[in-house]
Write a protein that binds this ligand. Structure first.
Ligand code: ATP
Ligand code: MN
Ligand code: MN
Length: 390
């Protein structure tokens, strides 16, 4: 009975993150940081189920209107498993969780953190290297093994790519990409997606979605954008992938699949440090955890102070008819996306991807031209980007 018990939450927290509003700034940062560290460690040890459980628990704490002070404050909340509750209890009582702190200090966690911090290195590769005894970038360099082009770029620009990208830098990149896009295809439109669309102050990269109101005009656009950028010397690295969506014989791809099939480009930009861009970027670099250690490691590659920095940029081209799905799919957060797909599948018998929404009961694709329409088709209240920070 909610009304007679003043200690109970005055509202119920829904169990799917896509049913809730999750702001960027919230009241339980130390708890969520701890749970997310355990989530990341679970990923490092290839335990996806456990990782998602910790992330869901953290996401619930992010939606709370105030700081959790006692375990009682958590009564009736969804997604808090036994393990998460144990960690929270420890932190509430002792200030820290012994499991979190020992994980943070563990050889495996530290090494995996450094190695997966290399652009182009996923958990699998990092794990293999760890088993081979590699613990640091120095180990990796002396080992002298083969690295692919992507990983080599990741190592070359390691420091820059692990330094947060500021809003000002994201804006500057947006100007450049916008110019490129308009130069090669007048009328094409570019939209900032990813974390910056959700209102983040910093990001690990900058994400853009590109389309053209006339369906079909966007075909083959990416190579043109890339060669415009390359001619101007603005790219340090790029890997373009063609649109593989139209090629699959059985029609649209199994939408449950995580990767979408848009024409895309994973790139590293060479961004000039203009006074405008620097104002915020220097500040943000100072505030963040660019450790002395990583500066030392990077000396060989970036020893002189340079007038540019490397920035990871993701470019995606979408046909106009799929734009709303692409926008929803590339705005994130990753957990929010995951929850949307789970909601669609489990609660609505639908399959959602960054391309389409498929209704399995009706056996047909549902069209939508805005994010609002997609939420409505899914029977969800509309959640704006700034509230998708699950
Ligand atoms: P940040 O970049 O600041 O760490 P972010 O939320 O922008 O945070 P990204 O990794 O850039 O994180 O991902 C942005 C969005 O793009 C996420 O919603 C993610 O699901 C989507 N995304 C990333 N990579 C792919 C991919 N290969 N295929 C489909 N979607 C992807
Ligand atoms: Mn991003
Ligand atoms: Mn990205």
């Amino acid at each position: 009975d909610l009304q007679s018990n003043t200690d109970s939450p005055t509202f119920a927290i829904e169990s799917y993150a896509c049913q809730r509003r999750t702001p960027l700034k919230h009241h339980n940062a130390s708890l969520t940081e701890a749970l997310e560290l355990l989530a990341q460690n679970a990923e490092f040890t290839d335990n996806e189920g456990r990782s998602v459980a910790f992330r869901r628990a953290a996401a619930v704490l992010k939606t709370l209107p105030r700081a959790v002070r006692r375990l009682d404050d958590l009564k009736g909340l969804p997604c808090l498993g036994e393990h998460s509750l144990r960690v929270i209890k420890e932190i509430l009582e002792d200030g820290v969780s012994s499991e979190v702190e020992s994980t943070r200090q563990s050889e495996q966690y530290k090494a995996m953190k450094v190695l997966t911090g290399i652009f182009g290195v996923g958990t699998k590769t990092a794990e293999r290297w760890f088993r081979e005894g590699i613990r640091s970038l120095a180990d990796l360099k002396t080992r002298g093994g083969r690295l692919n082009r992507e990983q080599q770029a990741g190592l070359d620009y390691y420091d820059d790519l692990n330094r947060p990208v500021s809003k000002a830098e994201a804006h500057a990149i947006g100007q450049i990409v916008g110019e490129a896009v308009r130069a090669v295809l007048p009328g094409a439109e570019i939209t900032l997606t990813g974390g910056f669309r959700r209102g983040k102050e910093v990001g690990h990269d900058v994400d853009f979605l590109i389309t053209h109101p006339e369906e079909g005009k966007e075909e083959g656009l990416m190579p043109k954008i890339v060669s415009w950028l390359e001619t101007k010397g603005l790219l340090l690295y790029q890997k373009t992938t063609r649109n593989s969506y139209l090629e699959s014989k059985d029609g649209p791809v199994r939408p449950s699949h995580n990767m979408d099939r848009f024409e895309r480009c994973f790139s590293i930009f060479k961004l000039k440090r203009t006074p405008e861009v620097c104002g915020t970027s220097n500040q943000s670099a100072g505030q963040n955890d660019v450790t002395e250690g990583s500066d030392v490691r990077q000396q060989e590659v970036q020893s002189e102070p340079s007038d540019w920095r490397a920035v990871r940029v993701d470019l995606v081209v979408s046909p106009y008819s799929q734009f709303a799905f692409a926008l929803l799919g590339w705005t994130g957060s990753k957990l929010f996306e995951r929850e949307l797909r789970r909601w669609a599948g489990q609660e609505k018998s639908m399959s959602l991807s960054s391309h389409v929404l498929y209704d399995r009961a009706q056996n047909r694709y549902l069209r939508a031209s805005s994010e609002e329409e997609i939420f409505a088709l899914l029977g969800l209240e509309y959640i704006p980007p700034s509230q998708r920070n699950a």
